[in-house]
Design a protein around this ligand. Structure first.
Ligand code: AMP
Length: 273
């Protein structure tokens, strides 16, 4: 595995690559969720590139940019064992320029739910992913369904800007007890982790209610809120694949999203129905 930190070097290496390139952008502190993306990329491509970059422009003032877990040594080992060809770890300054061209997330999709709670977050996401796509020119890029809104926006970016890349979604990887894996789970103490479980439990409850014939979005949200009464729920949303709110669940076209704070840790999760 080649570890590259320099922009000119990654460009030179990319130029020499023949065949398909599978790309997995991450912010590091790699876990089984990331590993599942990497494995899929390994199966489907001639080359696999992973990037680790804690992107400052997607963090809002007061968020956890400085505390965000950094595990360079462990991440390298994980990538090496997973058969990654190139690990790209640029310095922050190398990725951004002065007075640069900036992209905006879509006016609706980029500013509801996560975008409403974290205004500007998705502007930073599209900016960095576009830069990384420019450098890596991937055939396929892999993103987790755990970040459903991000996935939808990046798919739309590829479509709207006619980018020659296939955006590949990957299902959410969970702990045995249901908790969705996240780099931010390390912030949870045992008592908080226990309370955080109510997020995935509430989504499971929603799924069971729908299977039992309940379609009313408000009734489902109420039942979910009841399960999550021990944590600080920011939103529960029942939307269609374009993130338009639904009053009635439509089977195979419904996404239920949750964001909640457990102690100081902000967690998100979702389920497709
Ligand atoms: P991050 O390092 O948090 O920016 O995540 C990098 C990529 O891994 C994103 O596409 C995430 O959606 C994806 N990812 C994070 N957690 C999970 C998970 N539990 N299951 C599947 N994919 C995930």
């Amino acid at each position: 595995m080649q570890i590259i930190k320099n922009i000119e070097e990654i460009q030179a290496v990319r130029k020499k690559m023949r065949g398909s390139v599978g790309f997995v952008p991450t912010m590091g502190a790699l876990h089984q969720g990331h590993l599942t993306l990497i494995r899929k990329a390994r199966e489907e491509n001639d080359h696999v590139v992973v990037s680790i970059f804690v992107n400052p422009t997607q963090f809002l003032p007061g968020e956890d940019l400085d505390e965000y877990p950094r595990r360079e040594e462990a991440d390298r080992k994980i990538c090496e064992l997973a058969g990654v060809d190139i690990l790209f770890m640029p310095a922050t300054d190398a990725m951004y320029h002065r007075d640069e061209v900036t992209l905006k997330a879509p006016p609706y999709l980029g500013y509801i739910l996560e975008g409403h709670r974290r205004p500007g977050h998705f502007d930073g996401v599209v900016q960095i992913v576009m830069k990384l796509f420019g450098l890596m020119q991937p055939t396929r890029a892999y993103f987790g369904r755990k970040d459903a809104q991000q996935l939808r926006i990046l798919k739309k970016m590829a479509e709207d800007l006619f980018l020659p890349v296939e955006i590949v979604p990957v299902d959410t990887v969970r702990e045995d007890d249901g908790l969705a894996l996240s780099s931010r789970n390390v912030y949870l103490n045992p008592e908080e982790r226990e309370r955080a479980l109510s997020i995935s439990k509430s989504l499971k409850r929603a799924s069971r209610l729908v299977m039992a014939g309940e379609t009313d979005a408000e009734a489902i949200k109420l039942a979910m809120r009841e399960i999550m009464r021990g944590i600080d729920v920011e939103y529960i949303a029942v939307v269609d694949r374009d993130f338009m709110p639904l009053e009635k669940v439509e089977i195979k076209n419904t996404l239920i999203l949750v964001a909640a704070k457990v102690g100081k840790t902000r967690l998100i999760d979702n389920i497709w129905l």
